[in-house]
Write a protein that binds this ligand. Structure first.
Ligand code: 2AL
Length: 245
């Protein structure tokens, strides 16, 4: 099975790091094909960034129609463009936040999210509501660590995330930590060892959930709103991304 792993930001080092994390957990029969949009922000840390990232995800799913991936994973914690991607392709499409919240809910009665910039916390809280996980998610905690500083993660940065996770576990009375950024994938093992609770990396979980759905022969429902987009002309720079009449 070929799995399209989209990093919705345009940082090539982050795409490579996410791909390494995905390959580390993927089955031998899963080929991870990593991609990033041809345009858009280097990191996604707000609503404006996210608007372009969602279009970039749509672009990459559109380009992949030539080789028909067996599954798609959107590797940014805001799950940008998730529903648009589900309209555009029959294969299952997983967002890392959705996958991580559901995995965390299965192994702990309550979990806390530790993320990057505090301004993104409200975005994660809205996703928690959208996925119906309000009862399980006991808190979303910003560290004010910029996404791109996770690329060459300094020891002090890992310590800061660990400290924030410890405070979250105690304050929220949580049993598990969800990492709130795809750039934290490479830190999951270290943090699991240090914290002694399950630490959930959405990239790894989404890859394994995708493999399970494919093994079960389950694909995206095309009945209702996930049906293929209506044929339409797109204009300007988006012209190649419209659905032909
Ligand atoms: C992210 C992420 O996963 N990738 C990115 O660019 N921004 N998430 C976040 N909370 O900052």
């Amino acid at each position: 099975m070929k799995l399209l792993l989209i990093n919705p930001n345009t940082s090539a080092p982050m795409t490579a790091s996410i791909a390494r994390g995905a390959r580390a957990v993927a089955a031998a029969t899963t080929e991870i094909v990593a991609a990033q949009p041809s345009f858009g922000p280097l990191s996604i840390e707000g609503h404006y960034d996210e608007a372009f990232a969602a279009a970039g995800v749509a672009e990459q799913v559109r380009l992949a129609r030539d080789w028909q991936p067996g599954a798609v994973v959107i590797a940014c914690f805001g799950d940008p463009g998730l529903e648009a991607a589900r309209e555009s392709i029959d294969a299952p499409v997983l967002g890392i936040a959705e996958a991580a919240f559901h995995a965390a809910s299965m192994i702990a009665t309550g979990f806390s999210v530790v993320t990057t910039m505090t301004r993104t916390c409200i975005m994660a809280e809205r996703l928690v509501q959208r996925y119906g996980c309000e009862h399980q998610c006991r808190g979303v905690h910003g560290t004010d660590i910029p996404v791109l500083s996770l690329e060459d993660c300094a020891a002090g940065t890992i310590d800061q995330i660990e400290q924030s996770a410890r405070e979250a576990l105690s304050r929220d009375r949580s049993g598990a930590i969800v990492l709130g950024c795809a750039g934290m994938t490479s830190l999951c093992q270290t943090l699991t060892q240090r914290l002694g609770v399950p630490v959930i990396d959405g990239v790894a979980v989404a890859v394994k959930f995708a493999e399970a759905l494919v093994a079960l022969n389950l694909s995206t429902s095309k009945r209702g709103d996930y049906a293929q987009p209506l044929p339409k002309t797109y204009t300007g720079w988006a012209a190649p991304l419209g659905w032909p009449e």
